[in-house]
Design a protein around this ligand. Structure first.
Ligand SMILES: *[C@@H]1O[C@H](CO)[C@@H](O)[C@H](O)[C@H]1NC(C)=O
Ligand SMILES: *[C@@H]1O[C@H](CO)[C@@H](O)[C@H](O)[C@H]1NC(C)=O
Length: 487
Protein backbone atom coordinates (compact mmCIF):
# COMPACT_ATOMS: atom_id res chain seq x y z
CA UNK A 1 0.00 0.00 0.00
CA UNK A 2 2.83 2.37 0.93
CA UNK A 3 4.48 1.80 -2.47
CA UNK A 4 1.24 2.72 -4.14
CA UNK A 5 1.15 6.03 -2.24
CA UNK A 6 4.76 6.74 -3.14
CA UNK A 7 3.95 6.16 -6.81
CA UNK A 8 0.93 8.45 -6.61
CA UNK A 9 3.07 11.07 -4.94
CA UNK A 10 5.78 10.84 -7.59
CA UNK A 11 3.14 10.97 -10.30
CA UNK A 12 1.79 14.16 -8.74
CA UNK A 13 5.27 15.73 -8.79
CA UNK A 14 5.88 14.63 -12.37
CA UNK A 15 2.55 16.11 -13.47
CA UNK A 16 3.27 19.32 -11.61
CA UNK A 17 6.69 19.60 -13.23
CA UNK A 18 5.53 18.85 -16.73
CA UNK A 19 2.40 20.97 -16.59
CA UNK A 20 3.93 23.76 -14.48
CA UNK A 21 0.65 24.18 -12.57
CA UNK A 22 2.34 25.43 -9.41
CA UNK A 23 1.70 29.09 -8.78
CA UNK A 24 4.94 30.95 -9.55
CA UNK A 25 4.73 33.15 -6.49
CA UNK A 26 5.24 30.24 -4.15
CA UNK A 27 8.04 28.32 -5.87
CA UNK A 28 10.59 27.38 -3.28
CA UNK A 29 11.50 23.75 -3.21
CA UNK A 30 11.21 21.71 -0.06
CA UNK A 31 13.56 19.11 -1.45
CA UNK A 32 16.48 21.48 -0.96
CA UNK A 33 15.54 21.72 2.71
CA UNK A 34 14.33 18.19 3.37
CA UNK A 35 16.66 17.89 6.38
CA UNK A 36 16.40 21.45 7.71
CA UNK A 37 14.38 22.71 10.63
CA UNK A 38 15.33 26.41 10.68
CA UNK A 39 16.10 27.33 7.07
CA UNK A 40 17.14 30.91 7.79
CA UNK A 41 15.78 34.42 7.55
CA UNK A 42 15.50 34.83 3.85
CA UNK A 43 12.92 34.04 1.19
CA UNK A 44 13.42 34.36 -2.59
CA UNK A 45 12.78 37.83 -4.03
CA UNK A 46 9.91 36.44 -6.10
CA UNK A 47 8.16 34.91 -3.09
CA UNK A 48 5.03 36.67 -1.97
CA UNK A 49 2.29 35.60 0.40
CA UNK A 50 -1.49 35.34 -0.23
CA UNK A 51 -3.55 34.48 -3.28
CA UNK A 52 -4.28 36.44 -6.44
CA UNK A 53 -7.60 37.75 -5.02
CA UNK A 54 -5.84 39.19 -2.00
CA UNK A 55 -5.31 42.96 -1.63
CA UNK A 56 -1.72 41.99 -0.73
CA UNK A 57 -1.00 40.94 -4.32
CA UNK A 58 -3.06 43.47 -6.29
CA UNK A 59 -1.82 46.33 -8.42
CA UNK A 60 -3.78 49.59 -8.30
CA UNK A 61 -5.89 49.74 -11.50
CA UNK A 62 -4.97 52.60 -13.83
CA UNK A 63 -8.55 53.95 -13.57
CA UNK A 64 -8.64 53.87 -9.75
CA UNK A 65 -10.54 56.85 -8.33
CA UNK A 66 -9.24 59.21 -5.68
CA UNK A 67 -10.84 58.90 -2.23
CA UNK A 68 -13.62 61.52 -1.72
CA UNK A 69 -11.91 62.55 1.55
CA UNK A 70 -8.47 62.69 -0.07
CA UNK A 71 -7.89 66.33 0.76
CA UNK A 72 -8.37 66.13 4.51
CA UNK A 73 -6.45 62.85 4.83
CA UNK A 74 -3.58 64.23 2.72
CA UNK A 75 -3.34 67.37 4.85
CA UNK A 76 -2.82 65.42 8.10
CA UNK A 77 -0.58 62.90 6.29
CA UNK A 78 1.67 65.71 5.02
CA UNK A 79 1.57 67.46 8.39
CA UNK A 80 3.07 64.32 9.99
CA UNK A 81 6.15 64.71 7.79
CA UNK A 82 7.24 66.11 4.45
CA UNK A 83 8.82 62.81 3.49
CA UNK A 84 8.37 59.13 3.99
CA UNK A 85 11.08 56.98 5.57
CA UNK A 86 12.10 53.52 6.68
CA UNK A 87 11.08 52.31 10.14
CA UNK A 88 14.09 52.51 12.50
CA UNK A 89 12.83 50.20 15.24
CA UNK A 90 9.68 48.04 15.43
CA UNK A 91 10.60 45.82 12.50
CA UNK A 92 9.75 42.11 12.73
CA UNK A 93 12.11 39.24 11.92
CA UNK A 94 11.13 36.42 9.55
CA UNK A 95 12.10 32.87 10.46
CA UNK A 96 11.81 30.46 7.54
CA UNK A 97 11.30 26.89 8.71
CA UNK A 98 10.51 23.40 7.54
CA UNK A 99 7.72 22.50 9.99
CA UNK A 100 7.97 18.79 9.25
CA UNK A 101 11.47 18.57 10.75
CA UNK A 102 10.68 20.51 13.91
CA UNK A 103 10.47 19.31 17.44
CA UNK A 104 7.33 21.42 17.92
CA UNK A 105 6.82 23.63 20.94
CA UNK A 106 3.70 22.44 22.79
CA UNK A 107 1.44 23.89 25.43
CA UNK A 108 2.70 27.44 25.51
CA UNK A 109 0.61 30.28 26.87
CA UNK A 110 -0.69 33.14 24.73
CA UNK A 111 -2.67 36.04 26.11
CA UNK A 112 -4.82 36.29 22.99
CA UNK A 113 -4.62 33.20 20.82
CA UNK A 114 -6.82 34.01 17.86
CA UNK A 115 -10.29 33.60 19.25
CA UNK A 116 -9.19 31.34 22.08
CA UNK A 117 -9.23 28.20 20.05
CA UNK A 118 -7.36 25.19 21.22
CA UNK A 119 -7.31 25.90 24.93
CA UNK A 120 -6.75 22.91 27.18
CA UNK A 121 -9.38 24.36 29.48
CA UNK A 122 -11.64 26.94 27.94
CA UNK A 123 -12.43 28.52 31.32
CA UNK A 124 -8.83 29.37 32.18
CA UNK A 125 -7.12 32.61 31.43
CA UNK A 126 -4.40 32.88 30.15
CA UNK A 127 -4.79 30.40 27.34
CA UNK A 128 -2.73 27.38 26.55
CA UNK A 129 -2.05 26.76 22.87
CA UNK A 130 -1.32 23.20 21.83
CA UNK A 131 -1.27 23.22 18.03
CA UNK A 132 2.51 22.75 17.92
CA UNK A 133 4.66 25.74 17.07
CA UNK A 134 7.90 25.41 15.04
CA UNK A 135 9.94 27.56 17.40
CA UNK A 136 13.14 27.09 19.42
CA UNK A 137 15.03 29.25 21.88
CA UNK A 138 17.60 30.51 19.36
CA UNK A 139 14.83 32.27 17.42
CA UNK A 140 14.43 35.87 18.52
CA UNK A 141 11.51 38.25 18.02
CA UNK A 142 11.40 41.97 17.32
CA UNK A 143 13.68 43.61 19.92
CA UNK A 144 11.07 46.03 21.30
CA UNK A 145 8.12 45.83 23.68
CA UNK A 146 5.91 45.04 20.65
CA UNK A 147 7.94 41.86 20.14
CA UNK A 148 6.50 40.87 16.77
CA UNK A 149 7.52 37.49 15.46
CA UNK A 150 6.93 35.82 12.10
CA UNK A 151 7.60 32.15 11.48
CA UNK A 152 6.93 30.92 7.95
CA UNK A 153 6.82 27.50 6.37
CA UNK A 154 6.86 28.39 2.66
CA UNK A 155 6.05 24.81 1.61
CA UNK A 156 2.94 24.48 3.74
CA UNK A 157 2.21 28.18 3.16
CA UNK A 158 1.61 28.89 6.80
CA UNK A 159 2.68 31.89 8.86
CA UNK A 160 2.66 31.74 12.67
CA UNK A 161 2.64 35.27 14.05
CA UNK A 162 2.96 36.64 17.53
CA UNK A 163 3.30 39.92 19.35
CA UNK A 164 5.09 40.55 22.67
CA UNK A 165 7.07 37.39 22.00
CA UNK A 166 9.39 36.70 24.95
CA UNK A 167 11.21 33.40 25.35
CA UNK A 168 12.55 34.23 28.82
CA UNK A 169 9.08 35.00 30.10
CA UNK A 170 7.90 31.68 28.64
CA UNK A 171 10.69 29.85 30.47
CA UNK A 172 9.66 31.43 33.73
CA UNK A 173 6.26 29.78 33.29
CA UNK A 174 4.47 32.88 32.06
CA UNK A 175 3.08 33.60 28.61
CA UNK A 176 5.19 33.28 25.45
CA UNK A 177 3.32 35.98 23.52
CA UNK A 178 0.24 38.19 23.67
CA UNK A 179 -1.48 37.74 20.29
CA UNK A 180 -1.03 34.45 18.47
CA UNK A 181 -2.35 33.95 14.96
CA UNK A 182 -1.92 31.44 12.20
CA UNK A 183 -2.35 32.63 8.62
CA UNK A 184 -2.99 30.53 5.55
CA UNK A 185 -0.62 32.12 3.00
CA UNK A 186 -2.65 30.70 0.11
CA UNK A 187 -5.68 32.62 1.44
CA UNK A 188 -6.98 36.15 1.18
CA UNK A 189 -4.77 37.65 3.92
CA UNK A 190 -7.25 39.49 6.11
CA UNK A 191 -9.86 38.84 8.74
CA UNK A 192 -13.47 39.80 9.32
CA UNK A 193 -14.25 42.78 11.50
CA UNK A 194 -16.94 40.89 13.40
CA UNK A 195 -14.88 37.79 13.94
CA UNK A 196 -13.75 36.78 17.39
CA UNK A 197 -12.96 38.74 20.51
CA UNK A 198 -12.16 42.28 19.46
CA UNK A 199 -8.77 42.36 21.12
CA UNK A 200 -7.55 39.07 19.81
CA UNK A 201 -9.21 39.42 16.45
CA UNK A 202 -6.71 38.57 13.78
CA UNK A 203 -3.22 39.92 13.22
CA UNK A 204 -0.68 41.18 15.70
CA UNK A 205 -0.71 44.66 14.19
CA UNK A 206 -3.04 47.41 15.38
CA UNK A 207 -4.95 47.09 12.10
CA UNK A 208 -5.34 43.31 12.30
CA UNK A 209 -3.14 42.82 9.21
CA UNK A 210 -0.94 39.76 9.12
CA UNK A 211 2.53 40.94 10.15
CA UNK A 212 4.04 39.46 6.97
CA UNK A 213 1.56 41.38 4.78
CA UNK A 214 3.19 44.30 2.98
CA UNK A 215 6.53 43.77 4.69
CA UNK A 216 9.51 44.84 2.55
CA UNK A 217 12.25 42.19 2.30
CA UNK A 218 15.84 42.83 1.08
CA UNK A 219 15.68 40.06 -1.53
CA UNK A 220 12.93 41.98 -3.33
CA UNK A 221 15.00 45.10 -3.48
CA UNK A 222 17.98 43.09 -4.73
CA UNK A 223 15.75 41.59 -7.42
CA UNK A 224 14.81 45.14 -8.48
CA UNK A 225 11.05 44.57 -8.24
CA UNK A 226 8.60 44.60 -5.33
CA UNK A 227 5.42 42.80 -6.29
CA UNK A 228 3.03 43.77 -3.51
CA UNK A 229 1.79 46.84 -1.64
CA UNK A 230 3.80 48.00 1.37
CA UNK A 231 2.48 49.01 4.79
CA UNK A 232 3.27 52.10 6.83
CA UNK A 233 2.73 53.73 10.20
CA UNK A 234 1.61 57.21 11.22
CA UNK A 235 1.52 58.87 14.64
CA UNK A 236 -2.21 59.69 14.48
CA UNK A 237 -5.16 57.76 13.27
CA UNK A 238 -8.89 58.06 13.27
CA UNK A 239 -10.31 55.93 16.03
CA UNK A 240 -13.69 54.44 16.56
CA UNK A 241 -16.74 56.16 17.95
CA UNK A 242 -20.13 54.48 18.17
CA UNK A 243 -21.50 53.98 14.68
CA UNK A 244 -18.62 55.84 13.01
CA UNK A 245 -16.50 54.40 10.22
CA UNK A 246 -13.37 53.10 11.81
CA UNK A 247 -11.44 50.91 9.41
CA UNK A 248 -11.50 49.89 5.78
CA UNK A 249 -10.58 46.36 4.62
CA UNK A 250 -7.97 44.84 4.61
CA UNK A 251 -7.88 46.29 8.15
CA UNK A 252 -10.31 44.54 10.47
CA UNK A 253 -9.64 46.31 13.75
CA UNK A 254 -8.18 49.53 15.12
CA UNK A 255 -6.14 50.47 18.15
CA UNK A 256 -6.85 54.15 17.49
CA UNK A 257 -9.03 56.25 19.76
CA UNK A 258 -8.70 59.73 18.25
CA UNK A 259 -12.05 61.18 17.21
CA UNK A 260 -10.48 63.59 14.68
CA UNK A 261 -11.92 62.43 11.35
CA UNK A 262 -9.20 64.30 9.43
CA UNK A 263 -6.78 61.57 10.41
CA UNK A 264 -6.62 58.55 8.11
CA UNK A 265 -8.09 55.27 9.29
CA UNK A 266 -6.44 51.87 9.00
CA UNK A 267 -6.91 50.20 5.63
CA UNK A 268 -6.55 53.34 3.50
CA UNK A 269 -4.31 52.90 0.47
CA UNK A 270 -1.86 55.69 -0.36
CA UNK A 271 -0.45 55.82 -3.88
CA UNK A 272 2.58 57.69 -5.19
CA UNK A 273 1.50 59.68 -8.27
CA UNK A 274 1.74 57.11 -11.09
CA UNK A 275 2.40 59.80 -13.70
CA UNK A 276 5.83 60.55 -12.20
CA UNK A 277 8.78 59.21 -14.14
CA UNK A 278 12.51 58.63 -13.90
CA UNK A 279 13.26 62.33 -14.40
CA UNK A 280 11.16 63.22 -11.36
CA UNK A 281 12.89 60.53 -9.30
CA UNK A 282 16.28 61.83 -10.46
CA UNK A 283 15.30 65.37 -9.51
CA UNK A 284 14.43 64.18 -5.98
CA UNK A 285 17.86 62.52 -5.87
CA UNK A 286 16.63 58.91 -5.56
CA UNK A 287 19.20 56.19 -6.05
CA UNK A 288 18.41 52.98 -7.93
CA UNK A 289 17.19 51.10 -4.84
CA UNK A 290 14.85 53.87 -3.79
CA UNK A 291 13.52 54.07 -7.35
CA UNK A 292 12.46 50.42 -7.01
CA UNK A 293 10.52 51.35 -3.88
CA UNK A 294 9.04 54.44 -5.56
CA UNK A 295 7.90 52.30 -8.51
CA UNK A 296 6.24 49.89 -6.09
CA UNK A 297 4.45 52.80 -4.40
CA UNK A 298 3.11 53.84 -7.82
CA UNK A 299 2.02 50.35 -8.90
CA UNK A 300 0.82 48.86 -5.60
CA UNK A 301 0.82 51.71 -3.08
CA UNK A 302 1.08 51.42 0.70
CA UNK A 303 -1.60 50.52 3.24
CA UNK A 304 -1.90 52.38 6.52
CA UNK A 305 -1.71 49.73 9.22
CA UNK A 306 0.21 50.71 12.32
CA UNK A 307 0.46 53.50 14.83
CA UNK A 308 4.01 54.82 15.23
CA UNK A 309 6.43 57.39 13.89
CA UNK A 310 6.28 58.22 10.26
CA UNK A 311 4.98 57.94 7.67
CA UNK A 312 7.39 55.00 7.97
CA UNK A 313 7.46 51.91 5.77
CA UNK A 314 7.76 48.53 7.51
CA UNK A 315 10.65 46.30 6.53
CA UNK A 316 12.10 43.02 7.75
CA UNK A 317 14.42 42.98 10.76
CA UNK A 318 17.81 41.71 9.57
CA UNK A 319 19.67 41.31 12.87
CA UNK A 320 19.01 40.61 16.52
CA UNK A 321 19.03 44.32 17.40
CA UNK A 322 17.41 47.31 15.68
CA UNK A 323 20.81 49.02 15.20
CA UNK A 324 22.28 45.81 13.79
CA UNK A 325 19.37 45.60 11.36
CA UNK A 326 19.88 49.18 10.15
CA UNK A 327 23.57 48.39 9.63
CA UNK A 328 22.71 45.31 7.59
CA UNK A 329 20.20 47.21 5.40
CA UNK A 330 22.84 49.91 4.89
CA UNK A 331 25.51 47.34 4.05
CA UNK A 332 23.33 45.81 1.37
CA UNK A 333 21.78 49.08 0.15
CA UNK A 334 24.18 51.96 0.92
CA UNK A 335 22.47 55.11 2.26
CA UNK A 336 19.02 53.58 1.87
CA UNK A 337 17.73 55.21 5.08
CA UNK A 338 18.79 58.66 3.88
CA UNK A 339 17.58 58.03 0.34
CA UNK A 340 14.11 56.99 1.47
CA UNK A 341 13.61 60.42 3.03
CA UNK A 342 13.74 61.94 -0.46
CA UNK A 343 10.28 60.67 -1.41
CA UNK A 344 7.89 63.56 -0.61
CA UNK A 345 4.53 62.93 1.06
CA UNK A 346 3.02 65.64 -1.19
CA UNK A 347 3.35 63.30 -4.21
CA UNK A 348 0.78 60.83 -2.81
CA UNK A 349 -3.01 60.55 -2.97
CA UNK A 350 -5.49 58.34 -1.14
CA UNK A 351 -7.16 55.80 -3.43
CA UNK A 352 -10.94 55.30 -3.15
CA UNK A 353 -11.59 52.12 -1.20
CA UNK A 354 -14.32 49.54 -1.28
CA UNK A 355 -16.15 50.95 1.70
CA UNK A 356 -15.65 51.42 5.38
CA UNK A 357 -16.59 49.26 8.31
CA UNK A 358 -18.64 50.90 11.03
CA UNK A 359 -17.66 50.42 14.61
CA UNK A 360 -20.48 48.48 16.20
CA UNK A 361 -20.00 46.67 19.45
CA UNK A 362 -23.44 45.04 19.15
CA UNK A 363 -22.58 43.50 15.85
CA UNK A 364 -19.27 42.06 16.87
CA UNK A 365 -19.11 38.29 17.31
CA UNK A 366 -21.90 37.83 14.73
CA UNK A 367 -19.78 35.60 12.52
CA UNK A 368 -18.68 32.09 13.34
CA UNK A 369 -14.99 32.17 14.01
CA UNK A 370 -12.73 30.39 11.52
CA UNK A 371 -12.28 26.84 12.83
CA UNK A 372 -8.89 25.38 13.59
CA UNK A 373 -7.74 22.32 11.68
CA UNK A 374 -5.43 20.32 13.92
CA UNK A 375 -2.70 19.57 13.09
CA UNK A 376 -2.23 22.65 11.01
CA UNK A 377 -0.98 20.68 7.98
CA UNK A 378 2.29 19.04 6.99
CA UNK A 379 3.38 15.46 6.57
CA UNK A 380 1.14 12.70 7.82
CA UNK A 381 1.17 8.95 8.16
CA UNK A 382 -1.71 6.50 8.35
CA UNK A 383 -2.16 7.01 12.10
CA UNK A 384 -2.54 10.75 11.95
CA UNK A 385 -5.88 12.01 13.22
CA UNK A 386 -7.30 15.27 11.95
CA UNK A 387 -9.64 17.21 14.21
CA UNK A 388 -11.60 20.41 13.83
CA UNK A 389 -11.78 22.80 16.78
CA UNK A 390 -13.82 25.82 17.76
CA UNK A 391 -14.92 27.45 20.98
CA UNK A 392 -18.44 27.76 19.49
CA UNK A 393 -19.93 24.45 20.53
CA UNK A 394 -23.39 24.97 19.04
CA UNK A 395 -22.36 25.34 15.38
CA UNK A 396 -21.51 22.50 12.97
CA UNK A 397 -18.29 21.94 11.02
CA UNK A 398 -18.41 20.92 7.37
CA UNK A 399 -15.32 20.06 5.39
CA UNK A 400 -13.95 18.96 2.02
CA UNK A 401 -10.84 16.97 1.11
CA UNK A 402 -10.54 17.94 -2.56
CA UNK A 403 -9.67 21.60 -2.11
CA UNK A 404 -13.20 22.80 -2.98
CA UNK A 405 -15.02 25.37 -0.84
CA UNK A 406 -17.01 23.63 1.90
CA UNK A 407 -20.77 24.31 2.29
CA UNK A 408 -23.49 22.67 4.34
CA UNK A 409 -23.72 20.06 1.57
CA UNK A 410 -20.12 18.97 2.26
CA UNK A 411 -19.01 16.27 4.69
CA UNK A 412 -20.37 16.96 8.18
CA UNK A 413 -17.74 16.61 10.88
CA UNK A 414 -18.65 13.90 13.40
CA UNK A 415 -15.27 13.58 15.11
CA UNK A 416 -11.58 13.11 14.35
CA UNK A 417 -10.87 11.41 11.02
CA UNK A 418 -7.84 9.93 9.26
CA UNK A 419 -6.50 10.76 5.82
CA UNK A 420 -5.68 8.12 3.25
CA UNK A 421 -3.98 10.33 0.69
CA UNK A 422 -2.36 13.77 0.36
CA UNK A 423 -5.01 16.42 0.27
CA UNK A 424 -6.10 19.89 1.19
CA UNK A 425 -8.60 19.99 4.03
CA UNK A 426 -10.97 22.96 4.00
CA UNK A 427 -13.35 23.50 6.89
CA UNK A 428 -16.17 25.91 7.69
CA UNK A 429 -18.34 26.51 10.74
CA UNK A 430 -22.07 26.98 10.06
CA UNK A 431 -24.96 27.73 12.42
CA UNK A 432 -25.50 29.23 15.88
CA UNK A 433 -27.45 32.07 14.15
CA UNK A 434 -24.14 33.58 13.09
CA UNK A 435 -22.84 34.16 9.59
CA UNK A 436 -20.78 31.30 8.17
CA UNK A 437 -17.16 31.37 9.25
CA UNK A 438 -14.28 32.11 6.90
CA UNK A 439 -12.75 28.91 5.52
CA UNK A 440 -9.80 27.24 7.23
CA UNK A 441 -7.32 25.41 5.00
CA UNK A 442 -4.61 22.84 5.75
CA UNK A 443 -2.37 21.01 3.29
CA UNK A 444 -1.31 17.42 4.03
CA UNK A 445 1.34 15.40 2.22
CA UNK A 446 3.04 12.03 2.65
CA UNK A 447 6.23 11.90 4.64
CA UNK A 448 8.42 11.34 1.59
CA UNK A 449 11.71 13.10 0.94
CA UNK A 450 11.49 15.11 -2.24
CA UNK A 451 14.39 15.18 -4.69
CA UNK A 452 16.11 18.59 -4.77
CA UNK A 453 15.12 20.66 -7.77
CA UNK A 454 16.72 23.97 -8.83
CA UNK A 455 14.52 26.97 -8.11
CA UNK A 456 13.08 28.06 -11.47
CA UNK A 457 12.10 31.43 -10.01
CA UNK A 458 15.71 32.45 -10.65
CA UNK A 459 14.36 32.09 -14.16
CA UNK A 460 16.85 34.22 -16.05
CA UNK A 461 19.74 32.16 -14.83
CA UNK A 462 18.04 28.76 -14.63
CA UNK A 463 19.61 26.31 -16.94
CA UNK A 464 16.71 24.71 -18.82
CA UNK A 465 18.77 21.63 -19.49
CA UNK A 466 19.23 21.00 -15.75
CA UNK A 467 15.53 21.54 -15.18
CA UNK A 468 14.65 19.15 -17.99
CA UNK A 469 17.07 16.53 -16.76
CA UNK A 470 15.48 16.78 -13.32
CA UNK A 471 12.06 16.26 -14.82
CA UNK A 472 13.47 13.37 -16.80
CA UNK A 473 15.00 11.93 -13.64
CA UNK A 474 11.69 12.08 -11.79
CA UNK A 475 9.77 10.47 -14.64
CA UNK A 476 12.45 7.76 -14.72
CA UNK A 477 12.10 7.27 -10.96
CA UNK A 478 8.35 7.03 -11.40
CA UNK A 479 8.69 4.41 -14.11
CA UNK A 480 11.07 2.34 -11.97
CA UNK A 481 8.60 2.51 -9.08
CA UNK A 482 5.76 1.47 -11.38
CA UNK A 483 7.73 -1.48 -12.70
CA UNK A 484 8.60 -2.51 -9.13
CA UNK A 485 4.96 -2.17 -8.17
CA UNK A 486 3.67 -4.25 -11.07
CA UNK A 487 6.22 -7.06 -10.62
C1 LIG B 1 21.32 52.72 -11.84
O1 LIG B 1 20.58 52.15 -12.92
C2 LIG B 1 20.95 52.64 -14.19
C3 LIG B 1 19.98 52.12 -15.24
O2 LIG B 1 19.53 50.84 -14.95
C4 LIG B 1 22.39 52.25 -14.47
O3 LIG B 1 22.80 52.74 -15.73
C5 LIG B 1 23.27 52.83 -13.37
O4 LIG B 1 24.61 52.42 -13.56
C6 LIG B 1 22.79 52.43 -12.00
N1 LIG B 1 23.53 53.15 -10.98
C7 LIG B 1 24.21 52.56 -10.03
C8 LIG B 1 24.91 53.45 -9.06
O5 LIG B 1 24.22 51.33 -9.89
C1 LIG C 1 14.21 28.39 -20.80
O1 LIG C 1 12.99 28.21 -21.49
C2 LIG C 1 12.14 29.34 -21.50
C3 LIG C 1 10.84 28.97 -22.23
O2 LIG C 1 10.62 27.60 -22.28
C4 LIG C 1 12.83 30.51 -22.19
O3 LIG C 1 11.98 31.65 -22.15
C5 LIG C 1 14.11 30.80 -21.47
O4 LIG C 1 14.80 31.82 -22.15
C6 LIG C 1 14.99 29.55 -21.38
N1 LIG C 1 16.15 29.83 -20.57
C7 LIG C 1 17.39 29.54 -20.95
C8 LIG C 1 18.48 29.90 -20.01
O5 LIG C 1 17.64 28.97 -22.01
Amino acid sequence: MKTFFVILFLLKIAIQLVCCTEEEDHLFYEGDYSKSDIIGNSLPGTWRPFNSDSPWTKKIPSDAQTHPDNEKYMSTFQAASGNIRFTQVYNPPIWVVNYNNFDLLRDFIADYPFDRWDPIDITVNPHTVDIGLPCVESMYGEPTEDGHMIIIDPFMQVSWEMSKFDWDRHKSGDYLCSTFNVWDLSGIGYGDNDEGWRNGCRGGRGSGYPVIAGLLRPEELEMGEIRHPLTFSLPNLQGHADGAPFVSPPACRSDGSDQNTDYPMYGLLFQLDPSLGNDDFESWGLDNNTKVIAKCLQEYGMYFGERGGGPAIAQQLLAETSDGSIEEWERRFPDIYKSMKKIPTSAFRVVANQGELKYDDENYDTINVTPLIKPIGGEFDSDQEISLLSRIQTAEFYYTLDGSEPTENSIKYEGPFKLSEPCTVKAILIGSSRRNSLIATAHFDYSVVVTPIPDPTNDDTTDNATLMSNKFFLVLLLMISLIKFIF
